[in-house]
Design a protein around this ligand. Structure first.
Ligand SMILES: Nc1ncnc2c1ncn2[C@@H]1O[C@H](COP(=O)(O)OP(=O)(O)O)[C@@H](O)[C@H]1O
Ligand SMILES: [Mg+2]
Length: 237
């Protein structure tokens, strides 16, 4: 599966938020989207999910020899094609247990092989399956937020600032789990506000975004030495 945005333009509240953005993520590859706050990362993920509509350009999902126009699909249909989404801010239901959080998102009992896969990726959650989500640590809640996106067995997973506000140990643990998910053939697109280091263990390629424009595309390692990306994302030459 491939998801790609072809020169998309998005305007929100009269503001040009995405300006001719081109991005492409394939199943089995892991890509970081790096840009400071307000750059347009969340809007781009929401557009890829069909939540936000571009007024120009297209978003396509290619599956085998079929092609789907995301700009004509409802978000739940995009999800059903195999695109998972972990929104920014790990919005789990605090008054439901870990397992109930998974069931609510699935809409019933999660198939046992899927549940087994999720608990293999996150053994922590197996131990906490009966605990109310509101009592989990930040790192555990983020694992649950990712786990919820796994119940539909996505082919490509979009994660919006998954490392935000996590302690270094929780960052390392989540990165390890994302590598495991990736090893199962799931494509990843991970947004990150500024630290190349935090996504280093997870992504090998990167896009840089600034003020709604893609300012870098290439190997993750190259973004820090790219003069345009340095200037526009971090403000130094
Ligand atoms: N609903 C909205 N109405 C008006 N402006 C918005 C709306 N949502 C986001 N924006 C603006 O779009 C820009 C990009 O926002 P966002 O996609 O959330 O960036 P990021 O996720 O990179 O921080 C910001 O300047 C933000 O203020
Ligand atoms: Mg954001």
């Amino acid at each position: 599966m491939i998801i790609e945005a072809g020169r998309i333009w998005v305007r929100l509240g009269g503001v040009e938020v995405l300006r001719g953005v081109e991005i492409r993520v394939s199943q089995g590859e892991s890509v970081a989207l790096i840009g400071r706050n307000g750059a347009g990362k969340t809007t781009l993920l929401r557009t890829l999910m069909g939540i936000v509509r571009p007024y120009r350009g297209s978003v396509k999902v290619k599956l085998g020899n079929k092609e789907f126009d995301v700009t004509r699909l409802k978000p739940h249909k995009v999800a059903r094609l195999g695109v998972g989404y972990v929104p920014q801010g790990r919005m789990v239901f605090p008054d439901l247990t870990v397992e109930e959080n998974l069931e609510v998102v699935y809409g019933g009992k999660v198939p046992s092989d899927t549940l087994e896969w999720i608990y293999t990726v996150f053994p922590e959650l197996r131990k906490l399956r009966g605990r109310l989500a509101g009592y989990l640590s930040g790192g555990e809640q983020q694992m649950l937020a990712v786990a919820r996106a796994l119940v539909r067995k996505p082919k490509i997973l979009l994660l919006d600032e998954p490392f935000e506000g996590l302690a270094p140990r929780a960052v390392a643990r989540l990165a390890e789990a994302l590598r495991d998910i990736r090893a199962e053939g799931v494509g990843l697109l991970v947004t990150e506000p500024g630290s190349v280091k935090r996504v280093q263990g997870v992504a090998e390629a990167a896009y840089g975004i600034d003020r709604g424009e893609i300012v870098y595309r290439g190997p993750l390692e190259g973004i820090l030495s790219d003069p345009v990306a340095r200037k526009r994302i971090w403000g130094f030459e």
